[in-house]
Design a protein around this ligand. Structure first.
Ligand code: PXL
Length: 277
């Protein structure tokens, strides 16, 4: 059985980061180890939340895992709470990466043109260093704009613009980049990727339901990595993740009691498992 480690926060309530990565990747048949970067009572879109930083624990956990001879098929990073954590996570990658360890970085920090609460422009610039270590990165367009230090253009782009952003993302050192939340046509939403090793673009779109829920980026990244660990091609993992996020949103919309803070991904897990059979 493959084993991955995911390094991101645990928000007690909120259906994001570890509380989606762990169930999704485990359900896909992959052993999922976790390194929590912080414990929050709720994610940062709530009016108030507690934040307990676990930065100092990470090097100790890393040292112990190495001592116990534990290695990983993939290292997947998500929400990181401080600059110091970026350096510590880079060090974790340097010390734990084997020749065939996949480095998957979701540069979680922004959406809809704005940085999440607690992040600033310097954090975004430092996130570039972590992305440069990655085999695959999965930013949305806001995160890509911050990574590249270019203005966020909102919905005002075409396929040429998106391809250029992907090329530039890979110029920073990441081998492959997947841009999420891309729409060229009204009613369609999906993702576009660039593989710098094969100089190849890929795109996949499905229905666009005009609602925004928290945590869908984390759900996209988790299911995409789960697909790749199941030896699905990157193209198929991308398409699977677009379809899975759509199914999560549809399941949420038809639940009259749905939560405002996250999607009903739990109800979409059977579809995900069926697709990787
Ligand atoms: O879904 C991304 C995310 C992860 N973790 C925390 C967040 C957010 C987005 O707001 O606040 C703590």
């Amino acid at each position: 059985m493959k084993r991955i480690v995911t390094i991101q926060d645990i928000s007690c309530v909120g259906k994001c980061s570890l509380t989606v990565a762990l169930p999704i990747i485990s359900a896909m048949g992959i052993e999922t180890s976790v390194i929590p970067t912080a414990v929050l009572s709720a994610h940062t879109a709530f009016d108030s939340f507690t934040f307990h930083d676990l930065t100092d624990e990470i090097p100790k956990i890393q040292e112990n895992l190495l001592k116990n001879g534990i290695s990983f098929d993939a290292i997947y990073t998500g929400y990181l709470g401080s600059y110091k954590q970026l350096d510590i996570v880079i060090d974790f990658i340097d010390k734990n990466k084997k020749d065939d360890t996949l480095i998957f970085v979701d540069p979680v920090m922004a959406d809809n043109g704005e940085l999440y609460s607690g992040f600033d422009i310097d954090f975004a610039r430092s996130m570039r260093n972590l992305c440069s270590k990655a085999d695959i990165i999965t930013p949305n367009l806001t995160e890509a704009s911050y990574l590249l230090d270019v203005p966020y253009v909102g919905d005002d782009y075409d396929d040429k613009y998106i391809k250029n952003i992907l090329l530039k993302l890979c110029e920073t050192g990441a081998k492959k980049a997947i841009l999420t939340g891309v729409s060229y046509t009204k009613g369609k939403l999906g993702a576009v990727s660039y593989d710098s090793e094969n100089d190849r673009f890929y795109e996949y779109f499905n229905k666009h339901i005009p609602v925004a829920y928290h945590g869908t980026g984390d759900i996209f990244a988790s299911s995409c990595l789960g697909g790749i660990m199941n030896e699905i091609s990157l193209d198929n993992a991308l398409s699977l993740s677009v379809d899975f996020v759509l199914d999560c949103i549809e399941k949420t919309n038809c639940d009259p009691d749905h939560r405002w803070y996250g999607v009903n991904f739990e109800k979409a897990l059977p579809m995900l498992i069926e697709r990787i059979k």
